[in-house]
Design a protein around this ligand. Structure first.
Ligand SMILES: Nc1ncnc2c1ncn2[C@@H]1O[C@H](COP(=O)(O)OP(=O)(O)OP(=O)(O)O)[C@@H](O)[C@H]1O
Ligand SMILES: [Mg+2]
Length: 229
């Protein structure tokens, strides 16, 4: 089972939007069964899954509430959730986190094979990445950055990627452009790939960025294989 955590201590960076889209994309690309773990008490991913069940009668990707109420206060750990998911033959877990430096986020980082930090292209977004990078350094989790809410046809996206270089993380060559379709598709519990097959640009951003994430995980596995001989 592979675990990918989507982490950003900056609110509104795009964690939930990308968690949901990547989860659907991972299913489409054959990485499933996929589970989304929603550790944010805000519960946006879980509410999306409810709309998905009601409107589309779809149970996939399965979405699990794992916030303070359901887990930590009841002395159930994230590791317990992982064991249960392994038992259900889940292949890919995507953890959508909350914008705080708190134990559940650190745990999500610790459990991840790979963490992704979504980051906007503005200097304010880039400068705010520090706490997320510190969490990932403390857990030793391999990580990459995806520039999101990028401006269409603007050199600011590449400039942002250049500035992000200073954090020493992998940077996704695909930028997720700010598009209404990425918001609107979620209303009915869909992802943009399922919503308007004609909106190829948004779909391409999601597909290509997920291909990059999958490639990063493959690369890490190769490295581990080489190290263990
Ligand atoms: N690429 C994008 N294009 C258009 N809108 C986007 C994009 N990414 C995020 N948004 C919008 O930005 C807002 C914040 O996104 P989202 O809720 O995914 O961020 P978040 O990091 O999960 O926030 P929080 O920190 O509150 O959990 C939402 O209104 C969402 O629809
Ligand atoms: Mg969120």
């Amino acid at each position: 089972m592979i675990v990918v955590s989507i982490l950003s201590q900056k609110g509104g960076a795009g964690k939930t939007t990308l968690s949901l889209h990547w989860a659907v994309e991972a299913e489409r690309q054959g990485f499933g069964p996929v589970a989304i773990i929603d550790i944010d008490p805000q519960g946006s991913a879980r509410k999306w899954a409810e709309r998905r069940r009601e409107n589309l009668k779809l149970e996939t990707p399965i979405t699990i509430k794992a916030d303070e109420d359901t887990l930590w206060r009841n002395d159930v750990s994230m590791s317990d959730v992982m064991v249960a998911l392994e038992g259900e033959k889940i292949n890919m877990v995507i953890i959508d986190t909350m914008p705080r430096v708190e134990a559940p986020c650190v745990e999500a980082a610790r459990l991840a094979d790979f963490a992704v930090i979504p980051c906007g292209p503005s200097i304010l977004d880039i400068e705010a990445m520090g706490p997320s990078v510190e969490i990932l350094e403390s857990t030793g989790t391999p990580a990459g950055v995806v520039v999101t809410q990028a401006r269409p046809n603007s050199s600011i996206n590449a400039a942002a990627a250049g500035k992000l270089d200073s954090y020493g993380l992998q940077i996704c060559p695909t930028h997720i452009v700010r598009r209404a379709a990425l918001m609107d598709s979620l209303i009915d519990g869909k992802a943009v790939q399922e919503w308007r097959p004609s909106d190829k640009a948004a779909e391409r951003d999601i597909t290509n960025s997920w291909v990059w994430i999958a490639y990063q995980m493959e690369r890490l596995k190769d490295e581990q294989r080489r190290q263990t001989g």
